[in-house]
Design a protein around this ligand. Structure first.
Ligand SMILES: [Mg+2]
Length: 266
């Protein structure tokens, strides 16, 4: 009887010491939390004061929030941490991995008409160096089209790693790549230079918007319709950061949405 009682005493002593240590540490450093709240994970471990930013981002990604013009001031830091941290990259990687799993399972006809449509900005190319500027503040400042166009002209956008990997995998599987962007035709050369510089070296079509041509879902639907009805292509997959890339006619057999809490294009 003595031995188990001693063992129990010892366990209680250990537990007591453990509680005392935690309590002392917490009292000495009020910033240490015994139980980390899970929602903090969404901002890459950075504590944010307003949890509504997480709800806001979820509403953006699910298309429940529409026609918004800029990131709320209260969520500027939250969006910045998200975009620059690991979570954004992980979120894109998961979508890209799922897209690859789907693409691999398709039986391509082998006629060379199976295409995968990619949007460009925030889907294949990242404009984060531009969006991280003080004057842009991850979309929390009003849109400045002139400044953004000057950035496009620089051709310094980065590849989004998960999308670049998917792009290469799709080509190996036999897909033809179509880039479809709302950026205007006058930036074609800059865009070609930028795409090639970061690893997107080949494509079947690079479709840019004519000056004066409407944008958004109407424009993208029209171009996809032309691809299928006039070009004879079959859109097997379609990836974009905006719902307007993925809704409308001829959207593709399956669509994939990558995250973008920085701006909205209807
Ligand atoms: Mg885009």
């Amino acid at each position: 009887m003595h031995a188990p009682a001693k063992a129990m005493d010892f366990s209680f002593t250990l537990l007591f010491v453990l509680i005392l240590t935690i309590a002392t540490t917490a009292a000495a450093s009020p910033n240490i939390y015994i139980h980390m709240l899970k929602p903090h994970y969404g901002s890459n471990g950075h504590k944010h004061s307003d949890l509504n930013c997480l709800s806001w981002r979820l509403a953006v990604e699910t298309n429940n929030l529409q026609n918004w013009t800029q990131v709320p001031q209260a969520c500027k830091d939250y969006v910045g941490h998200y975009m620059l941290g690991k979570q954004y990259r992980r979120d894109v990687d998961l979508v890209a991995a799922e897209a690859y799993k789907y693409a691999k399972g398709l039986n391509l006809t082998g006629d060379g008409n199976d295409v995968w449509v990619f949007d460009i900005d925030e889907t294949t190319l990242s404009n984060l160096p531009y969006y991280a500027r003080d004057t842009v503040a991850f979309g929390a400042m009003p849109l400045n089209e002139t400044a953004f166009n000057a950035w496009v002209e620089e051709a310094s956008s980065l590849a989004i790693p998960g999308s670049l990997k998917l792009y290469k995998q799709l080509i190996k599987l036999g897909f033809k790549i179509v880039f479809l962007t709302g950026v205007e035709e006058i930036y074609r050369e800059a865009r070609i230079k930028n795409l090639k510089a970061v690893g997107y070296t080949t494509w079947e079509k690079l479709i840019l918007r004519e000056a004066g041509e409407g944008g958004g879902v109407v424009y993208k639907s029209k171009k996809r319709k032309e691809l299928e009805e006039e070009g004879g292509y079959k859109i097997r997959g379609n990836m974009g950061d905006q719902w307007s890339d993925l809704l409308g006619s001829n959207a593709g057999d399956r669509t994939f949405k990558v995250p973008d809490p920085m701006y909205y294009i209807g």
